[in-house]
Unconditional design. Structure first.
Length: 350
């Protein structure tokens, strides 16, 4: 695989907010193929600017301008975030950033990493996730070619008012859950959980429909979460994070197969484990740190949920794991083996 040395220094000035245009990158000739990359976050989001734009620029450069990637943020091609994988499969978009947890039960192997306490730092979790999908997830994304799987850092509880220190602080609170598994745990701990895509969260917090949400710090800047909440609670240092959703970069299989051999190889060389690892690393070292810093600068209270309390939450999560094993079994997988392998990969640092 070729190396992926892109970072903030490689974000190309003047590309505009919505697309990486090879014509501005000094391409030698007209593009042979134009790929539309669709995602759900606004163009100010770090993933858009620090990963997708540089990735598009790298493909254009290494293909001598033969590949043009047009990036459409904030669902500009229409639809809602849960539809992104289907948009790729149907060819509405050639590539999309999708969250399997938005369609619970449809991609059960990929969703497994979103269970409570399956999160270490984003880089380690992303590597473990990619290996898990290699071993157990073949065929889960039919009609699509997965280019990368990655995870964010462990989620935190961001509250409009008082912080969460123990389960008692969750009693009766309406919390936007990031996925079904975390929703089961929060309900078991006494919260009233709701689920809707992150793009609808701002309205929920603004009008008081929800008291808080469970998300990583990286989501703070693009949605100005620090202005909508007063406190953030995180798991004790050294413990696994509350959760981490699975992210997938997917490509339409027909589009991929239609490429010439050299362009397919170029896509292969700039995807897979290395891209997954890179996305996790940038997420952990850059996005998460920047979001936490913004919370601190705002003066919001940051609380550490101590290890003894987290241990009781893990006990409460046991039925969540049992339910998920049953779902995996019903889908034709060995649920017990998959859960065991996830923990093994995380414990050994993938």
């Amino acid at each position: 695989m070729s190396k992926l040395p892109f970072n903030r220094r490689h974000v190309l000035a003047g590309l505009g907010a919505t697309l990486a245009t090879p014509a501005l990158m000094g391409r030698a000739h007209a593009a042979e193929v134009t790929l539309r990359l669709h995602h759900f976050l606004p163009a100010v989001a770090p993933m858009h600017n620090e990963v997708f734009l540089p990735w598009a620029a790298k493909l254009a450069e290494e293909s001598d301008g033969a590949i043009e990637v047009q990036i459409f943020p904030a669902m500009q091609l229409g639809g809602k975030p849960p539809q992104l994988a289907d948009q790729v499969r149907k060819g509405v978009a050639d590539i999309a950033w999708a969250l399997p947890t938005y369609t619970t039960g449809r991609y059960p192997v990929a969703e497994t990493m979103g269970l409570p306490f399956m999160a270490k730092d984003a880089e380690e979790t992303s590597v473990a996730l990619f290996k898990l999908m290699e071993e157990f997830g073949e065929g889960e994304f039919r009609g699509m070619k997965p280019l990368a799987f990655w995870s964010h850092d462990g989620g935190k509880l961001h509250m409009r008012d008082a912080p969460v220190r123990t389960a008692a602080d969750l009693q009766g609170k309406k919390i936007r859950s990031p996925n079904a598994g975390m929703g089961e745990l929060l309900t078991a701990l006494g919260a009233e959980t709701v689920f809707f895509p992150v793009t609808e969260m701002v309205v929920g917090l603004s009008n008081g429909v929800i008291d808080g949400c469970c998300l990583p710090y990286e989501v703070v800047p693009p949605f100005k979460l620090h202005e909508l909440t007063k406190s953030s609670s995180e798991a004790a240092a050294g413990a696994r994070g509350l959760y981490a959703n699975t992210n997938a970069l997917l490509m339409n299989e027909r589009t991929y197969e239609s490429l010439s051999d050299d362009l397919r190889k170029l896509i292969d060389d700039n995807s897979g484990l290395e891209l997954s690892c890179h996305m996790g690393k940038v997420t952990h070292e850059s996005f998460e740190a920047a979001g936490r810093e913004l919370v601190e600068e705002t003066g919001n209270e940051i609380v550490e949920i101590d290890a003894a309390e987290i241990a009781t939450w893990k006990e409460a999560a046991e039925p969540v794991y049992a339910n998920w094993i049953a779902r995996l079994d019903e889908a034709g997988h060995d649920g017990t083996a998959i859960l065991a392998r996830v923990n093994e990969l995380l414990d050994q640092g993938a």
